[in-house]
Design a protein around this ligand. Structure first.
Ligand code: IMP
Ligand code: MG
Length: 189
């Protein structure tokens, strides 16, 4: 109902899990680690639209070595909060990654369906190396094991929004990561 929609997305948040300051400190650390590991290499950050966008934007500026960006878009949950396990590539890379050093940048690792599919897809294009950087890890939800090379925060089994993560395409623009108030879900049956 339009009248129940708050003026500010932050008004729908019941609990803040990670503040903007905590996220910024972690992203700076991850960027320094990647810069040290990939100095002198042909680094391509491959990011998955749309949720990883804020993370990528901050991480690349924290990674002060030469690098290139590319993007994949994959099908996701729609308005649901559970993964279907069916992953489709909606938009593929713009440039070949064969022989290059690829780091996949993703917002969250949940069941592992999306990233295991994406990593397999990229491995098929024969990069020189392939690593994974995720900001959030929800290990309690894992169905398919996925190895993380650069991990931000481990979080509990809660559906989170903000800093790129959405619920029904909203809340991506929150500067922090939080959990929505239960009544929000009643508005989107
Ligand atoms: P997975 O395939 O279950 O690992 O889920 C990966 C994708 O699901 C992520 O890239 C997100 O788009 C979405 N996702 C998983 N958990 C959450 C969450 O807590 N909040 C918002 N989106 C999520
Ligand atoms: Mg995503």
């Amino acid at each position: 109902m339009a009248l129940m929609t708050p003026a500010r997305p932050a008004d729908d948040v019941g609990e803040i899990l990670l503040t903007a300051e905590q996220i910024a400190a972690m992203v700076a650390q991850l960027g320094r680690r990647i810069a040290a590991d990939y100095q002198g290499k042909d680094l391509v950050l491959v990011s998955i639209l749309k949720g990883a966008l804020p993370f990528l934007a901050d991480l690349m500026r924290a990674t002060q070595i030469p690098l290139a960006l590319d993007f994949l878009e994959v099908s996701s949950y729609g308005a649901e909060t559970e993964s279907s396990g069916v992953v489709r590539i909606l938009k593929d890379l713009a440039q070949p990654i064969e022989g290059r050093d690829v780091v996949v940048v993703e917002d969250i690792l949940d069941t592992g369906h999306t990233l295991s599919y994406v990593l397999e897809h990229l491995r098929g294009q024969r990069p020189a190396s392939l690593r994974l950087c995720v900001l959030l890890d929800k290990p309690a939800r894992r169905v398919i094991p996925v190895e993380i090379d650069y991990r931000g925060f481990e979080i509990p089994d809660k559906f989170v929004v903000g800093y790129g993560l959405d619920y029904a395409e909203r809340y991506r623009n929150l500067p922090f990561v939080g959990v929505l108030k239960p009544e929000v879900y009643a508005r989107h049956p």
